[in-house]
Design a protein around this ligand. Structure first.
Ligand code: ADP
Ligand code: MG
Length: 329
C-alpha cells in the first residue's frame, strides 16, 4: 500500500479523531479550545486516566489497532471497577512520526471500542515524541455510596471475573516463549484485546462490598484491596479458574504464577457480603464473563501476611514477585 504525504497535526485530528457524536450531552466536542459537556444534575462525575508507553505497557511492534483498543480499554476497566457508566474520553497522543496507515488502524481500534460503550471522544492533544498514549475517561454514577476498594469486611467472599493469568500467558506467547497454535492464539488475543467489564461493574455497584480491576496481578491487587479495607484475605489456590489454553502450553506451576502474579487481565476483583451471595449469584449466573469465588476476607492479623494463600486448606507460601520472569514449562 502506498502512503500519501504524511498528514499534519490538524489533518490528523480532523481525519482520525474528530467524529460526530451521537451523545446529546456533548455540547461542544473536538475543534474548540476545550470540550463543553453536560453532566446530569443527579449523578456524580467519575474520572480516570491511564498512560501506555511503547516498550513498557505493550511490546514494540504491537499492532496499532490493538494499541488503540487497549488505550481505551484499560481506562474503561477503571470506570467498570467503580460501577460507573462511561460517557466521554480525551486522548493525548505522542507520536514519533505521522504515519497514515498507523493512525487509521489506531483510531479504528479506539473508535470501535468507544462505539460499543457509547463513549464520545471529546478532545485531546497531538504531539511529536516517543510513542505514548494517554486516555482520560469520564463517566457517571448515581449519587450515594460508591463502589470502592475500601468496603470489604471480614466474612465477605472474594470473586474474580474471567480467567486471571491468560493475558500474562499471552504476553509470554508474544515474547516467543511457546510454540504457536490455537491455544497460543487465544492467549495472545487475551493480551492484545482486553475486554473492560463495564456491564459487570454496573451490576456490582450496589451488590459488591468492594471492587477493583486487576491490572498488576491478582495477588498484589488483592493486597491493595485488603489494605484499603483494613482487612486480610485468604486466597484458596485450588479455586482459581482453570485455563485450558494456558495449561496446554505451560505447566501447573507456571500457570499458577501467571494467575497470581501476571498483570494486564483487566478483570474485576470484588467482594460480596455473605448475606448477599444468593442475590449476586442469581444475577451473574450464566452471564459473561463468568465469576469465580476464590476466597474470603478475614480480620486483619498483624502477625499474618495480608493475603494468605491456602492450598486445600493449608497455608502455602507463593513468591511475592515474578522473580523468575514467568519461565516457560
Ligand atoms: P490547542 O492548541 O488550543 O490546545 P489543539 O490544536 O491541540 O488545540 O487541538 C484542537 C482540537 O483538537 C481541540 O479540541 C483538542 O481537544 C482536539 N484534539 C487534539 N488532539 C486530539 C486527539 N489526539 N484526539 C482527540 N482530540 C484531539
Ligand atoms: Mg493542544
Amino acid at each position: 500500500m502506498t502512503s500519501a504525504i504524511p498528514p499534519g497535526e490538524f489533518e490528523i485530528i480532523a481525519r482520525y479523531f474528530s467524529r460526530a457524536s451521537r451523545r446529546s450531552d456533548v455540547l461542544l466536542g473536538i475543534g474548540d479550545d476545550a470540550a463543553l459537556l453536560q453532566v446530569p444534575s443527579d449523578r456524580r462525575l467519575v474520572a480516570a486516566m491511564d498512560t501506555l508507553v511503547e516498550g513498557v505497557h505493550f511490546p514494540v511492534g504491537t499492532g496499532a489497532r490493538s494499541i488503540g483498543h487497549r488505550a481505551l480499554a484499560v481506562n474503561l476497566s477503571d470506570l467498570a471497577a467503580m460501577g460507573a457508566e462511561p460517557a466521554w474520553a480525551l486522548l493525548s497522543l505522542s507520536l514519533p512520526e505521522s504515519n497514515a496507515e498507523w493512525l487509521a488502524e489506531f483510531s479504528k481500534g479506539l473508535h470501535d471500542l468507544a462505539q460499543r460503550y457509547n463513549v464520545a471522544l471529546v478532545g485531546g492533544d497531538t504531539v511529536r515524541g516517543p510513542l505514548v498514549i494517554t486516555v482520560q475517561v469520564l463517566g457517571f454514577i448515581e449519587a450515594g455510596p460508591a463502589l470502592t476498594r475500601g468496603g470489604a469486611r471480614p466474612g465477605d467472599l472474594i470473586y474474580v471475573s474471567g480467567i486471571p493469568g491468560e493475558a500474562a500467558a499471552g504476553l509470554a506467547v508474544i515474547q516467543g516463549q511457546t510454540v504457536e497454535g490455537e491455544d497460543s492464539e487465544l492467549l495472545r488475543h487475551r493480551f492484545n484485546w482486553p475486554e473492560p467489564r463495564v456491564q459487570l461493574g454496573q451490576t456490582l455497584r450496589t451488590l459488591a462490598s468492594a471492587a477493583m480491576d486487576v491490572s498488576d496481578g491478582l495477588l498484589g491487587d488483592l493486597g491493595k484491596l485488603c489494605q484499603a479495607s483494613a482487612c486480610s484475605a485468604q486466597l484458596e489456590l485450588e479455586r482459581l479458574p482453570a485455563s485450558p489454553s494456558m495449561r496446554a502450553l505451560f505447566d501447573v506451576a507456571a500457570s499458577e504464577r501467571f494467575a497470581l502474579l501476571g498483570g494486564d487481565d483487566y478483570e474485576l476483583l470484588f467482594t460480596v457480603a455473605a448475606g448477599r451471595v444468593p442475590e449476586f449469584e442469581a444475577l451473574v449466573q450464566n452471564t459473561e464473563p463468568g465469576c469465580t469465588r476464590i476466597g474470603r476476607i478475614t480480620q486483619r492479623d498483624p502477625g499474618q501476611a495480608v493475603v494468605q494463600c491456602l492450598r486445600d486448606g493449608r497455608a502455602v507460601v507463593v513468591p511475592a514477585t515474578g522473580y523468575d520472569h514467568f519461565s516457560k514449562a
